[in-house]
Design a protein around this ligand. Structure first.
Ligand code: COA
Length: 172
């Protein structure tokens, strides 16, 4: 069904669409943690770029970029989800690229993500760019992308995520 991708609209989410995108995350991740995250972050008033993929009346994907503190004009990407029956059509990659384009146009300098390098690596994210970040989820799956060349060159420090991401939660 690769032809269907041509009809997908990629755009920013309207505030009253928040409830619709919760279902995307709940079905894609098979649990509620990620589904609750966009509402928690957006309702707390954080600076975000929230993009959706829409096929007709059907919401098929959502990606959230949230402002971080600690690095200049840095965003966190996540959660990202495509509904299960539309995964593997290239929609996720296009949706993330759309969000990255908007972020670049608006003067954001870098984006951090925790996820599979097999997916994020082909979008330009690199673990070595994120090595200077002090975060609870540091490791090979923690990656960064520079929207401005050299934005993270020589940078190291604590990255502060909004509380909803659970950085301060007790780990089992
Ligand atoms: C991960 C996810 C967002 C990717 O979206 P998608 O539309 O299915 O991915 P795409 O079709 O754009 O894939 C782009 C490429 O990445 C690869 N890819 C996609 N998901 C991948 C994954 N989880 N692991 C490894 N590679 C993956 C695809 O094979 C594809 O490669 P190709 O172009 O060589 O075929 C989607 O599958 C999803 O919602 N999964 C469940 C939730 C999740 O894990 N979210 C990510 C959390 S960080």
């Amino acid at each position: 069904m690769a032809d269907g991708v041509r009809d997908i609209v990629l755009r920013e989410m309207a505030p009253d669409e928040l409830i619709l995108i919760e279902t995307i995350h709940a079905t894609a991740f098979g649990r509620d943690e990620e589904a609750r995250l966009p509402h928690a972050i957006i309702s707390a008033g954080h600076d975000v770029i929230s993009v959706v993929a829409v096929d007709g009346d059907y919401f098929v994907g959502h990606a959230l970029f949230t402002a971080l503190e600690g690095a200049e004009k840095a965003l966190a990407l996540g959660p990202v989800a495509i509904v299960p029956d539309r995964q593997g059509e290239g929609i996720g990659a296009r949706l993330v690229r759309h969000g990255l384009d908007l972020a670049q146009q608006r003067g954001w300098r870098s984006v951090f993500v925790l996820g599979d390098p097999a997916f994020y690596g082909r979008l330009g994210f690199r673990a070595n760019l994120a090595k200077g970040a002090i975060v609870p989820w540091a490791g090979p799956n923690f990656q960064a992308l520079e929207l401005v060349p050299g934005a993270l060159a020589g940078w190291a420090g604590m990255l502060v995520y909004p509380d909803a991401f659970g950085a301060n939660d007790e780990q089992d």
